[in-house]
Design a protein around this ligand. Structure first.
Ligand SMILES: C[S@@+](CC[C@H](N)C(=O)[O-])C[C@H]1O[C@@H](n2cnc3c(N)ncnc32)[C@H](O)[C@@H]1O
Length: 240
């Protein structure tokens, strides 16, 4: 894990909002991790500064962070749509990571790096004002009342996103749980630096595995897109 960083936010206990851990991993998956991880995986330390990212990607582009990516199918799509950008996928669940690594190995694109770690710890170490977009698609909903405190998107999370995003940067959240959508909107509303992009609709992406589960259960998908400081990025849209 990385050393300290320049953020002014108080230290955050990491990993407290997920009980998911690495998951069962077969021998074949461990072998795939070892071989493909050499090519596609980086450590949290490798994305903390522009200089380190340049080494990890072999170039410098806008930084897009995809958090809790599952099998990463939407990450690959994002990176294909944004060949100019450096896309970092963060996931804890090993079977999902292996699927993503295998897909990257088969088809690329080359502008993705995968981090197996707690996304909160990784983002805590990222330089303030250095991220063009953060996306969280279908974070664990923790629907039971006693588990609500485990939800990823809370006030501290939102404040931290406002610190690490560039001016005009994008925060994109999606969920199929109505009360989590309301919770997300109310948490982001506590941070005046974020302005909702009402016109964003459903930013282009493939239907993710968890989105499909929500659709199968006839839940409504809600996408929430916010811009930091209300200014729009001048380059290609970062929300899809
Ligand atoms: C409900 S799944 C959604 C996966 C994917 N985004 C999708 O839509 O299919 C949530 C994912 O977030 C991951 N996750 C939860 N907390 C995390 C954390 N703190 N850091 C990294 N990944 C996390 C879980 O392992 C899981 O794969």
């Amino acid at each position: 894990m990385t050393e300290g960083h320049a953020s002014t936010s108080p230290p955050r206990p990491t990993g407290v909002r997920t009980t998911k851990r690495r998951g069962r991993t077969s021998t074949a998956q461990i072998q795939a991790l070892a071989a493909l991880g050499e090519v596609w995986q980086v450590g949290a330390d490798d994305v903390t500064t522009a200089r380190r990212r340049a080494a990890a990607f072999g170039r410098t582009g806008p930084l897009l962070v995809d958090l809790g990516v599952g099998d990463g199918r939407a990450t690959i799509d994002w990176a294909v749509r944004r060949p100019d950008a450096d896309v970092v996928a963060i996931e804890l669940h090993r079977p999902g990571i292996v699927k993503l690594l295998r897909a990257l190995d088969a088809t690329g694109p080359a502008n993705v790096r995968v981090i197996e770690d707690d996304a909160l710890a990784v983002l805590d170490a990222v330089e303030p004002g250095s991220v063009r977009a953060v996306r969280v698609l279908f974070p664990d909903p923790w629907p039971k009342r006693r588990h609500v405190a485990r939800r990823l998107v809370d006030r501290r999370f939102v404040t931290h996103m406002a610190e690490i995003l560039e001016p005009g940067g994008v925060l994109h959240l999606a969920t199929d749980w109505a009360d989590y959508a309301q919770h997300m909107a109310s948490m982001v509303a506590t941070e005046p630096r974020f302005v909702r992009d009402e016109a964003a609709g459903r930013p282009a992406r493939p239907i993710t595995a968890y989105e499909q589960r929500g659709l199968d259960a006839r839940r409504t998908i809600v996408d929430l897109v916010f811009h930091l400081d209300g200014s729009r990025p001048s380059g290609p849209t970062d929300r899809g």
